[in-house]
Design a protein around this ligand. Structure first.
Ligand code: LMR
Length: 309
């Protein structure tokens, strides 16, 4: 199996590192526009192999997509990260052009690849990758829900003083402050979380989750990479190993949840063909209202993208 990660910045390099460490693919190509960066990071990850005992081969390339030819899965992390005070949507002007040209190169050399978008603003950059690649929605989708639920689960584990391993959660909507974490679908080893934590504490965690990316941007002056990189790698693993895992993933809705032509995070089954199935939950009226406001927020930015073209 061959996987390419485009963008050798913090997120892309973390993703490539996790893919190698977990031996998800035997060939992992890292591509970046900056001279020597991808080669250097790929070499560094390869030199870690004898220590961490993996045999996935990592190869770097400066803007040479021929090295990525015939990849099974491509992860696009390219684009600027946000700075304190910026929203993810503020990145659209710069990142749309970057994601467009990266996708053109990816498709030229790997027309059959499944594309996972990580660049921000996530939902709309996934739309951009679709517009450029013309791939069906089952083969071009975005990583956000695994990251957002991971933050939610980590905060809950801390509050409940239990292992994050035992927390299962689901979340819907765009990768922005209007995301919709679902306490009704959150359990701790099968126990509804609402039985274990009081309402105010849970609400505080839900609010913190919604701005989880921004919290890190404020702390570090740039955006996060460990959890985003690992989250993307987990999606690649589900595809490459045909695990049929159930994750929240950003996909274009074609009528599910009563929504059409909008890229939003919903639960899906992820396997060798990409998105094998979209799972439709029976939302209550309050959850529907929240999802609708998330849809509106994403749709507005999709319109901005359409007007850029
Ligand atoms: C994240 O959630 O960490 C990423 O989307 C990066 C960001 O700007 O928040």
């Amino acid at each position: 199996m061959k996987v390419t990660v485009v963008g050798a910045g913090n997120v892309g390099a973390t993703c490539a590192d996790v893919l190698a460490y977990r031996e998800v693919a035997n060939e992992i190509v890292l591509v970046d526009i900056k001279e020597g960066l991808a080669e250097g990071k790929a070499l560094d990850i390869w030199q870690k192999a004898p220590i961490d005992l993996y045999d996935s081969r990592t190869i770097g390339a400066t803007n040479d997509y021929s090295k990525s030819a015939n990849s099974d899965v491509v992860v696009i992390t390219s684009g600027l990260p946000r700075k304190p005070g910026m929203s993810r949507d503020d990145l659209i002007g710069t990142n749309a052009g970057i994601v467009k040209s990266v996708t053109e190169n990816v498709i030229k050399y790997s027309p059959e690849a499944i594309i996972i978008v990580v660049s921000n603003p996530l939902d709309v950059m996934t739309y951009q990758a679709h517009l450029t690649s013309k791939l069906p929605r089952t083969k071009v989708f975005g990583m956000a829900g695994i990251l957002d639920t991971a933050r939610y689960r980590a905060f809950l584990a801390e509050a409940l003083n239990i292992s994050p391993k035992d927390i299962q959660a689901m979340l819907l909507g765009g990768h922005g402050d209007t995301m919709v974490p679902l306490p009704r679908y959150t359990t701790v080893a099968g126990i509804p979380v609402t039985e274990l934590i009081d309402k105010d504490k849970l609400n505080a965690i839900l609010e913190r989750t919604k701005v989880g990316g921004g919290e890190l941007v404020k702390l570090m002056g740039t955006s996060a990479w460990y959890a985003p990189g690992s989250a993307a790698a987990q999606m690649v693993e589900a595809i490459v190993k045909d695990q049929r895992r159930v994750f929240p993933v950003c996909i274009r809705l074609d009528g599910e949840y009563g929504i059409k032509d909008c890229y939003l995070g919903v639960p899906v089954v992820l396997g060798k063909n990409g998105i094998e199935k979209v799972i439709e939950l029976d939302l209550n009226p309050e959850e529907r209202i929240l999802l609708e406001s998330s849809r509106k927020a994403v749709r507005e930015v999709m319109d901005v993208l359409e007007n850029l073209a």
